[in-house]
Design a protein around this ligand. Structure first.
Ligand code: ADP
Ligand code: MG
Length: 325
């Protein structure tokens, strides 16, 4: 008998993908941030994301943050393709003794996240839960123009670029778990911003070849880009955009800021592959358009497969359900 612990989250998804049939309108099925469907001339993007008490949020998390983050993590997958989010559906399971006002506050947070990008709630499902809260948010959107990005498409020599400051969210979770006072990090963890306009802008540039959102950690998600392109990617520690708050937090509590940035998850930043010749110009144009930080952190190559940091394989890659807990 093979157990989930042994095959892991991605091993399980690969098995499920083998069982799934394709259909004429499915451009991308299982394996990318969103499913991509062609309906007449329109390109539809669909993704769902599960948030479970004790796994994705700690008991005691403010309800507005639960709602915001559940929506943000799902909308982020639309951002990862460069899409425009339009609609969401929410499936909710909660214990019968749950306070109704608490649930309403979850929806306040969720509606705030939707309002940020103009998406609307159009349905869902509700169930009793034997223990703990569970929310699953399905996002439906469409490609912004005639171009959308997938995880596949990185080319040898491309630069690996990230938005934002990866690692802030994981450090925020660490602070919450240890009762440390770090409001900026906790905010990054509880209220991540899906990079929707940034994603659309990046997808409109032909020199950007592939993209993913960082949900499982920069290194692991960069690894997904490399794997989809049958390439290797080398991340340089020295290039990591370490936020000053993260550096200070890591110094105070004995962790390595780089470890948070590489392996911490739930940043919901965008990581993408861009043509090396065009990279500097694209970053300069991005900075004129957005205040969101952006930095080159590595390079793709066809000499080997997988992800390395300063040329060395990583001991601990990032978050994977079943293996980590
Ligand atoms: P993300 O981190 O972007 O949300 P995941 O790692 O959760 O992506 O999922 C990777 C791919 O596998 C996606 O295409 C997703 O739709 C698909 N997937 C994940 N779990 C399942 C499942 N239980 N059944 C079918 N497809 C799944
Ligand atoms: Mg994703």
């Amino acid at each position: 008998m093979s157990r989930l612990r042994d095959v892991g989250e991605f091993g399980l998804i690969a098995r499920i993908a083998k069982l799934a049939k394709s259909a004429p309108h499915v451009i991308e099925g299982i394996g990318d941030d969103c499913a991509v469907l062609r309906l007449d001339k329109r390109i539809l993007l669909v993704s769902c994301d599960l948030s479970m008490e004790g796994i994705h949020f700690l008991p005691g998390t403010p309800p507005e943050a639960i709602g915001w983050k559940s929506a943000a993590s799902s909308l982020s997958d639309i951002a990862a393709m460069g899409g425009v989010p339009d609609f969401v559906l929410v499936s909710l399971a909660c214990p019968p003794d749950c306070d109704v006002a608490f649930i309403e506050r979850i929806y306040d947070g969720l509606f705030d996240a939707l309002a940020q990008c103009g998406a609307v709630l159009i349905g869902g499902d509700t169930s009793r839960s034997p223990a703990g809260l569970l929310l699953d948010v399905t996002s439906i959107g469409e490609a912004a123009g005639d171009r959308w990005l997938t995880r596949k498409g990185a080319r040898p020599g491309d630069c690996l670029v990230t938005t934002g400051h990866p690692g802030l969210s994981a450090a925020g979770l660490h602070a919450l778990e240890h009762g440390h006072d770090a409001p900026a990090l906790v905010r990054a963890h509880l209220q991540p911003t899906p990079r929707i306009p940034e994603g659309q802008w990046l997808a409109s540039r032909a020199e950007v070849h592939a993209m993913i959102d960082i949900s499982d950690g920069l290194a692991q998600d960069a690894g997904h880009l490399a794997e989809a392109g049958r390439l290797g990617v080398n991340i340089k520690k020295q290039l990591l955009p370490i936020h000053a708050e993260l550096a200070a937090y890591a110094a105070e509590y004995g962790g390595a800021a780089e470890a948070f940035a590489l392996a911490g998850g739930e940043d919901y930043e965008l990581a993408f592959a861009v043509d090396a010749q065009a990279c500097e110009e694209i970053l300069a144009a991005f900075r004129r358009e957005f205040r969101t930080p952006i930095a080159v952190v590595g390079r793709f190559n066809d000499a080997w497969h997988g992800v390395r940091v300063d040329g060395e394989p990583m001991a601990q890659g990032g978050f994977e359900h079943f293996k980590d807990r």
